[in-house]
Ligand binder design. Structure first.
Ligand code: NAP
Length: 279
């Protein structure tokens, strides 16, 4: 019996360390390994996995969207996002879930003591991660989420998917970002800006000055551990959180799906965080 993470590239993934720590704590003899699957190879992988004792897998780039038409059943929350990151074999059927958004909300509550319920949020980006997080913030009761993106049409398309109508598209120019931040208690970066290997950076950080002093800044990036955005926010006295807790919490929620039972989430997250720190 085994679990896997598939993607391309995937061999750098921290998921084997995270899941290995949680499975070890539970005393379960289940392997969790990374497996390179190239774009277009998903049908062959699903057939191979079924025959080789794989009971579930996590999916990363480039498979999160491509998996949808190949699965037997998709959780409604994942269906709205249009992407899955967790797939389980249940009674011979492949069932897909998305734990990225709920992982982000859990990380906010645990790591930043921020409950999105009733909050106005400025969210930067409109890619895959932004979509999962924006929809989860709406579901968690955020009053308004301004989805600010360089390509406005992509933000508009994302917001149109929100059944609760709490997402509002906006531009990415400095004036707009300042205006949105001035109304927000939380700012979430879901762009690649500041990520290791990304050649681009925010043009200016004046939107941080527009946030109220008790606001939080959450950057989904965890390489580097402190992005320029988080460094600038910290120097302004704002509360900050990087993307590592989200990575941990989405894995905790994925393991509950794989095992099909509730776990002591805090204990699991603690073991996974300690394992990453030691790695
Ligand atoms: P994606 O689908 O490629 O989206 C990238 C986003 O960044 C888009 O909104 C894009 O805007 C924006 N962007 C890129 N370059 C830009 C620039 N020069 N100026 C302004 N905006 C720019 O990527 P993704 O999968 O959503 O991932 C986004 C980030 O989240 C990555 O850093 C990833 O590592 C991180 N992430 C973290 C976790 C976690 O567990 N912590 C999970 C998933 C993702 P346009 O639409 O205009 O191109």
């Amino acid at each position: 019996m085994s679990l896997q993470v598939i993607g391309d590239p995937v061999l750098h993934s921290k998921s084997p360390v995270i899941h290995g720590a949680m499975l070890g704590l539970l005393g379960l003899d289940i392997d969790y390994t990374a497996h390179v699957v190239r774009r277009g190879e998903l049908p062959q992988y699903l057939a191979w996995a079924r025959e080789n004792g794989v009971i579930g897998f996590n999916a990363t780039m480039p498979h999160k969207e491509d998996l949808l038409p190949l699965l037997d059943k998709i959780d409604p929350a994942a269906e709205i996002v249009g992407a899955v990151n967790t797939v389980c074999l249940r009674d011979g059927k492949w069932v897909g879930f998305n734990t990225d958004g709920a992982g982000a909300v859990a990380a906010l509550k645990d790591g930043l003591s921020v409950d999105p319920a009733g909050l106005t949020v400025t969210l930067l980006g409109a890619g895959g991660a932004a979509k999962a997080v924006a929809l989860a913030l709406s579901q968690a009761g955020a009053e308004r989420v301004f989805v600010c993106n360089r390509t406005l049409a992509r933000a508009q398309e994302l917001c149109a998917h929100d059944p609760l109508g709490r997402l509002a598209p906006a531009g990415f120019d400095p004036d707009t970002l300042c205006r949105m931040a001035g109304q927000s208690r939380l700012l979430v970066n879901c762009t690649n800006l500041g990520m290791e290997g990304c050649p681009h950076q925010f043009d200016d950080f004046s939107f941080l000055d527009a946030l109220p002093p008790d606001a939080g800044v959450f950057d989904l990036i965890y390489h580097p551990a402190e992005t320029e955005l988080l460094s600038q926010a910290r120097r302004r006295g704002l509360k900050t959180l990087n993307g590592l807790p989200m990575l941990v919490w989405q894995a905790v929620l994925a393991l509950e799906h794989f095992l099909n039972r509730p776990l002591d989430r805090g204990e699991m997250a603690g073991a996974a965080t300690a394992a990453i720190a030691e790695h």
